[in-house]
Each structure stands twice: as structure tokens, then as C-alpha cells.
Design a protein around this ligand. Structure first.
Ligand code: MG
Length: 201
């Protein structure tokens, strides 16, 4: 399986990164080795001094497809969970500056936290999500604020890549990204259900 991550999909996050909102969905990949095994803490890697959290809605692909039209996209997913797209911001800045690929900043081991539980989107209705760091709210997002919605993302990505059953799409982070340090405790809430509970070690 692969993990597809959308960049700058919330206006206020694009702003905080000093960027314009993209005209088409921007995406990059993380390998399956990026997934943090369940119940594991996140160990701060020694190659970065500035790891940031990015809490995101994650959808799981349930049907094989490519060149998926927007109107058919809803049949390719039905459940949503949460993920944290851990980013080595210092490495990412230097990759961007030098025009280099940024896998070392985004695709490293355990850079993808995925909630164990996924929920029916129909049952949840309007989606909201929140990250707390050490008990304090640091990010709050609403699916309705996405620049490109789930269907537009699927339409765009599937022009270039076949989507396979089990693929995950991290759909972008809202504003409020920030650093973690050893000893921090992160909690992710999807419509008030706590489904991420993670210690940084
Ligand atoms: Mg992200």
C-alpha cells in the first residue's frame, strides 16, 4: 500500500507556510515503512531538530481504480480516520531551498501516525478534528474548509497513480502546525472522539 499526502489544502495553513493556495491538489508519498506501529510511542529522530506535527483527516481507499471521475469518487472510500504527518521542518526547508526531493523530511520511519479506528463518513456527518498537545488545543480543522475535497483529490491523484485497496490519503493539515519535543503528549480527536493518543520519547 501507499500513503498519499496532500499539501497546502487549507488556506490558513498555506498562509502560515508563506505560500499561495495551489490551483490543483499537491501531493507526495510516504512509504508503508513510515507507518508508526500501533501503540508505539514516537521516538524523536536524531537527524532533525525541528519535527512538526500536522494533524489530518485520512481516508482509506476501498476499491481499485484509476482515472476516477469526480462523480464516481465517493464509491472509492467510505471511512475516515486521523493521521499525523510528522515533518522534519528543518530538513524540508533545506530541501525546498535547494530544489531537492523532500523524502528525508516527510517519508522517514514512523512519520505517519494513523488512528486504529476509522468511522463511516455518512454516520459522522460534518467532520471536525482537533489536536491537543499536553492537554492544550493546538490545531482545529473542519473538512468543509479543505481547498480540494475528498472527491477532487481522488480525481486528481488517480490521473497519475492507480489507487489500490488499502491506500491511505492524508488530506492536508489546517493551520497551527508546530514543533514537538521529547516528553510531549499528543491527542487527536475526530468529532470529539479521541482516536490518537501518542507519547513523544
Ligand atoms: Mg501534511
Amino acid at each position: 500500500m501507499k500513503i498519499i499526502c496532500i499539501g497546502k489544502n487549507y488556506v490558513n495553513h498555506a498562509k502560515e507556510m508563506g505560500s499561495d493556495v495551489p490551483k490543483k491538489p499537491l501531493f507526495f508519498l510516504k512509504p508503508d515503512s513510515a507507518i508508526l506501529p500501533k501503540k508505539h510511542p514516537f521516538f524523536y529522530p536524531d537527524f532533525s531538530q525541528n519535527i512538526h506535527y500536522e494533524l489530518e483527516l485520512v481516508i482509506r481507499i476501498k476499491k481499485l481504480g484509476k482515472h476516477i471521475e469526480k462523480k464516481f469518487a465517493p464509491s472509492y472510500y467510505s471511512e475516515v480516520g486521523l493521521g499525523i504527518d510528522f515533518t522534519a521542518r528543518d530538513l524540508q526547508e533545506s530541501c525546498k531551498k535547494n530544489g531537492h526531493p523532500w523524502e528525508i523530511a516527510k517519508a522517514f520511519d514512523h512519520s505517519a501516525v494513523v488512528s486504529q479506528q476509522f468511522f463511516s463518513i455518512k454516520e459522522l456527518g460534518e467532520l471536525s478534528f482537533e489536536l491537543k498537545k499536553n492537554g492544550e488545543s493546538v490545531q482545529k480543522g473542519f473538512a468543509k474548509d479543505m481547498v480540494f475535497n475528498f472527491d477532487e483529490i481522488i480525481n486528481h491523484v488517480s490521473k497519475y497513480m492507480t489507487l489500490k485497496i488499502g491506500d491511505l490519503i492524508f488530506t492536508g493539515t489546517p493551520e497551527g502546525v508546530g514543533p514537538i519535543k521529547i516528553g510531549d503528549h499528543l491527542e487527536g480527536f475526530l468529532n470529539d472522539k479521541k482516536i490518537i493518543n501518542l507519547n513523544i520519547k
